[in-house]
Structure formats: C-alpha cells, structure tokens
Ligand binder design. Structure first.
Ligand code: PLP
Length: 451
C-alpha cells in the first residue's frame, strides 16, 4: 500500500466518527476510502475499482461522473451561491424545481417544501400534519403509524418512526405517539399455505384493530415506503396498499408515501407508489431527486393541507418551520437539471428495458444452496441468505455471514450492502445489461466463497 493511501486511511481512523457504522470494527480495521468515481464505478485510495451496486446510498441515479450535474452546480454557484426562502424571499431554481415536481407526482399537489435530507423531510411531514390538525381544531388526532422494518430517518422523530433495531437500540425513543404495525414480509411472515392476498387481508385486519384500539380520532397519519428499502428490499404482497388504504380512508388517516428510495424511476415507474398501487396524500422525496450530487429533499403536499397552514398563519403569524439550507439554490439547480436529464435521456424507457435483465439475473440466485428468497422490482432487489432453505431458517446475527460475504464482495470489486441476511442491490439507474452481468458475476463469486 502506498504511503499516501496509508496516511489517508490512518487519518480517517484518527479523526472521523462514522455514521451508521460498527464503530468498534472501524477502530480495528479502518474504512474503505473512496477517492473518485466513473460511471457506475468508484475507486479507492489505492486505485482499486469497484462496481457500486447500491448507487452509493440508493441515490446516484446517474452514476459518479455526470458532468451536466457538475456544470449545473458550478453555474448556479457563480450566479448566486446562496439565498433563502425565509420571510417572503425566494430563489429562481427552487421555484422551477417545485413546479416540475408538482407536475410529476401522481396526485394533486399544491406546494413543495424543501429540506436537505430525507430525515428532515419526514420530520417536516410529522410537524406539518400535527400543525395542520391543530389548525383545523382536532388537536387529539396526532398519532402516526409506521411499520416494523421501515426506515424513515434518524432525527429524533424519524428514528421513532424507523422500525429497525440498529437505529433504535441504545437511543431513547421519546415520542409516545408513534405506533408500529407488522412488516409486510411475505417470505418471512406468511403462514403455511397463505396466499399473498390472504396475507394482505391479515395485515389490513391488524391495522384496523390497532386503529380501533387506539381510537381513530387520535390517529393522524400512516407512513410507508412503497417498497421497503433499508429493511431488506421488501415489496408488499399483492393487494396490500389497496386494502390498507381502504381502512386509512375510512378513519380519515393521511397516507404519507416515503419515496426517498423508490422515487424517480427506481421501481420501474416514476414513483414507487405507482408500482405498488399506493395513493398518497403527501410525499417525501430525496436522494435520486438530485442523483445525490447535492443534498436536497422535499415534502410535497396537497391543497387542503396548504389551506390549513395558511389559515393558521392568518391567526398565528409566521409558519415557524424552516432550515437555513432548505431550498438552497445550488442543490435546487442540480436537482432541476437532474430531472431534465431524466426526461431528455428517456430514463424511464431505459430503466424498463434493462430491469427484466436485472431481475432475471437476480432471480438466478434462487437455486443457490444458501439462498432462501430472491425478491425485487425494477432496478432494486435482494437475495436473502438462509441457514436452511427448507426451514427458512435465518442465520444467527452472530454468525456474521453478511459481513463475511460483504468482505468477499469487496475483494472481487463489488460494493453492495447487507440488511440482516439479505444482500441488497440498487445500482445506478444508468447501469447497462453487461454491467449487470459483471455485478452479479462478482456477487456470485463472493457467495460461493461464503458457502
Ligand atoms: N426514508 C427512506 C426510505 C430512506 O431510505 C432514507 C435514507 O436512507 C431516509 C428516509 C432518510 O434520508 P436521509 O438519510 O437523507 O436523512
């Protein structure tokens, strides 16, 4: 290893507290330091090449070297590097981006509120819904229902929504108005002989029982990712959202679509909710909104909610919610260019052309002796490893199978990610059929060595 690489890796160990990392392992082994990117590939400080099978963190749709996005950032920085939207100010790219987003979402959208991250955007969803319900005279209607296995962020409120042990254990969960229902994991949780439709009936029944137990007048909203991402890439069973939403509507409960991962083509439609038959009232987007070249996220709300907020403002004065960098002109300009490129290059057709090949290659792993379940849609998927195929027996976490397989992948030049025992794939949307073959070839080698 070169002295340069050694000193960078040592510097990281010495100075940086890593997010979402096993800190003990990091202190022992250091990190993989990535220095540059090209297409779907990234290169570490030693010059080794990797296929980025997760598009970074489910986000770099255009890969790691899209110069149009770089140019959009530079141009906007030269023109106006910062201005804000507080107190009746505005900037041009943010207006254009809001207009474009509204025209894209599959519901009647009225306004768009910008933040820097998905966590802040979901936090904003809760604050807005609570504020709205106060404004319209139903201050009791405040509880939010999320799902075990769901991921919605790590701020105090969104970590309470997130239903994954790693993000809850050791931290306090101070909000007592967040409830959870079951993760819709057909492979893991369906009963013997139960069809997907029957399983969805059972989950809808569970939701209704919870609502009745808690009192519908106390429940404000239900939040869900169309396809659960961080929890292990879990598409819902057939008819799930149709049944769930029938109940939500019956009890006047808002549906929030968390499209932070699924939004902008990932599942084969522009938004994941279109793929799974979900009809949201409000939506959170982030990540692929700017191909992650700049941090930006958004909350998109309907007219009735906006009207409630405006009326409250008439009484209270300012709507007291906003973040210094929310609606920042540079990320907004990049996001705008990103959405233009998406259209100019007809990315939806491209994704639809290449997805069947991705899914076919993914599903070929079903025959492997270590694989219990393969699932996915569009350009997102998971391969779940099991200790026993017949008994669907998961590996104990202590067996460290995911870590072992991950390390083999790194050796073979593939970065992807494990959630529990599930190997996750979510490559840049620009991936070609040949690159998909190469990605799964590398994974296959790692899997065989893990077996
Ligand atoms: N919602 C979903 C579905 C996510 O996957 C994530 C992050 O991965 C978030 C919200 C939080 O976004 P951020 O990490 O930008 O705060």
């Amino acid at each position: 290893m070169s002295n340069y690489a050694k000193s960078i890796i040592a510097g990281d160990r010495e100075h940086v507290l890593h997010p979402t990392t096993n800190l003990f392992e990091h202190r022992e082994n250091g990190a993989l330091v990535i220095e540059r990117g090209q297409g779907i590939h990234v290169y570490d400080v030693q010059g080794k090449e990797y296929i980025e099978g997760m598009a970074g963190l489910w986000c770099t749709s255009f890969g790691f070297s899209e110069s149009e996005l770089v140019d959009a950032a530079v141009e906007q920085m030269r023109k106006l590097p910062f201005y804000h939207g507080f107190g009746n100010k505005a900037v041009v790219p943010t207006i254009e981006l809001a207009r474009r987003l509204k025209s894209m979402v599959p519901f009647e959208a009225s306004k768009v509120f910008f933040t820097n991250s998905g966590s802040e955007a979901n936090d904003t969803q809760l604050k807005m819904i609570w504020y709205y319900n106060n404004a319209v005279g139903r201050p009791e209607k405040k509880k939010i229902i999320a799902r075990w296995g769901g991921y919605h962020g790590v701020t105090i409120a969104t970590a309470c929504l997130t239903g994954l042990p790693a993000f809850r254990g050791g931290f306090d969960q101070p909000l007592d108005n967040i409830l959870h229902v079951s993760c819709p994991h057909y492979y893991r949780d369906a009963e013997e002989g139960e069809s997907e439709e029957e399983y969805a009936d059972r989950l809808a029944e569970e939701l209704e029982q919870l609502i009745l137990r808690e009192d519908p007048d106390t429940i404000a909203a239900f939040i869900a990712e169309p396809v659960m991402a961080g929890g292990g890439v879990i598409p819902p069973p057939r008819t799930y959202f149709e049944k769930i939403q029938k109940i939500l509507r019956q009890y006047d409960i808002i549906t929030i679509a968390d499209e932070v991962v699924c939004g902008f083509g990932r599942t084969g439609n522009m938004f994941g909710c279109e793929t799974v038959g979900m009809q949201p009232d409000t939506m959170t987007v982030a990540k692929q909104l700017s191909s992650a070249y700049m941090p930006i996220a958004a909350v998109i709300i309907p007219e009735w909610m906006y009207e409630g907020l405006v009326e409250a403002s008439a009484d209270r004065g300012i709507f007291g919610h906003g973040i210094t960098y929310g609606g920042h002109p540079v990320p907004a300009a990049v996001a705008l260019r990103n959405l233009e490129l998406f259209e100019e290059r007809d990315m939806m057709s491209r994704i639809r052309d290449v997805s069947p090949h991705f899914q076919e290659r993914l599903r070929a792993f079903a025959d492997h002796p270590m694989v219990g379940n393969v699932r996915g849609v569009g350009l997102i998927g998971a391969v779940e490893l099991v200790a026993s195929k017949e008994k669907r027996l998961p590996f104990e976490a202590s067996a460290g199978i995911g870590q072992f397989c991950d390390n083999r992948c790194i050796e073979h030049g593939l970065i992807h990610r494990f959630s529990g025992n599930a190997a996750l794939f979510c490559p840049p949307l620009i991936i070609t059929a040949e690159e998909i073959d190469e990605m799964f070839k590398r994974f296959g080698l790692a899997l065989d060595e893990t077996y």
